[in-house]
Design a protein around this ligand. Sequence first.
Ligand SMILES: *Cc1c(COP(=O)(O)O)cnc(C)c1O
Length: 389
Amino acid sequence: MTEKLIYMDYQATTPCDRRVLEAMLPYFCKDFGNPGSTSHILGERAEEAVEKARAQVANLIKATADEIVFTSGATESNNLAIQGVARSRWEKGNRIITSAIEHKCVLESCYALKKEGFDVVILPVLKNGVVDVEMLKKSINDRTILVSLMAVNNEIGVIQPLDEISAVCRERGVLFHSDAAQAVGKINIDASMADLMSVSGHKIYGPKGIGALYVRKSQQVKLSPLFFGGGQERKLRSGTLPTPLCVGLGMACEISGLEMTRESEMLTEYKNYFMGKILNGLEDAYLNGDRELRIPGCLNFSFRGIEGEGIMLGMRNVCLSSGSACTSASLEPSHVLNAISIDDELAHSSLRIGLGRFTTFEEVDYVSSKIIEIVNRLREMSPIWTKGG
Ligand SMILES: *Cc1c(COP(=O)(O)O)cnc(C)c1O
């Protein structure tokens, strides 16, 4: 039997939805105009398409179209938000607060600013993966210019209390940026809770290479650009807009908005089935991250005594990530699992299961059974594994 590939890595990326691709196609060869060239019909058509897309993105996160800046993805959006705020208030000793479980592009942006003399505070998270809001309150001082905290974590799927964080930041008059790449299109998001919010196309069945930054319309939200040029995107992001990609992101947002509730119900059933089967079927298997405060499409388990990579080798037709995959080639355990106090051994034994729009029950059933079978087999062969230890 030739084994069919099964994709369970929806946090790394998602396949482009066919409907998204269909919407994009006319803007490559037919209506290819530059959306900035509004002196002729082809430019106008492109501009209309881009503005429709901008409204679709805004609509999904309850923003207005003029608050959306197109970027190349959430990495750029995060850089623009963090570096952009820092550049507009460039003074040594100004404080930026973030957390230990942020995506590398947020952490690395902050480290770069630290080298320039900014005071960077990395907040710890609680054992369930939720950021410590009390520590946040204590960490804000009168030199704090920005708090950057993600909405949903990409490794453990834990949802952060954006409303509480937002209230703290508003009360203290500090700008709040949220990396919502894993949240938008999956849970209800009201961007106005934040001042800046990052979105990624390819995490929501849109194309790769496009994202958006929500920039709240307010006197207080000041941002310096990272790119200089033609002054597109309210001078915040110069460069010709990639019309097909913008249209794709817009369509992806519209579809997510329409199908989010149904999709989330389906994924919750799959998640409960998967989780129940693994946790009841195996000893010394743990779910990483809070059991309740999570998006249904992301499960992260640790299996004591087993290498995550070893499980993956046993089912090469299943595409998923292990706990060290996020730090790519290096075998460093994930900084996120470290931050929730998972010991190195358990971190190395972790697997992230990403379920999404095109996941079927048969796949969920097959992969969960397969994991149990492989873990049991590897443990039987292991000279060091003993029950309960
Ligand atoms: C994928 C991801 C990013 C990076 O997004 P790109 O669009 O690939 O640049 C940033 N943050 C989180 C939480 C992500 O999941």
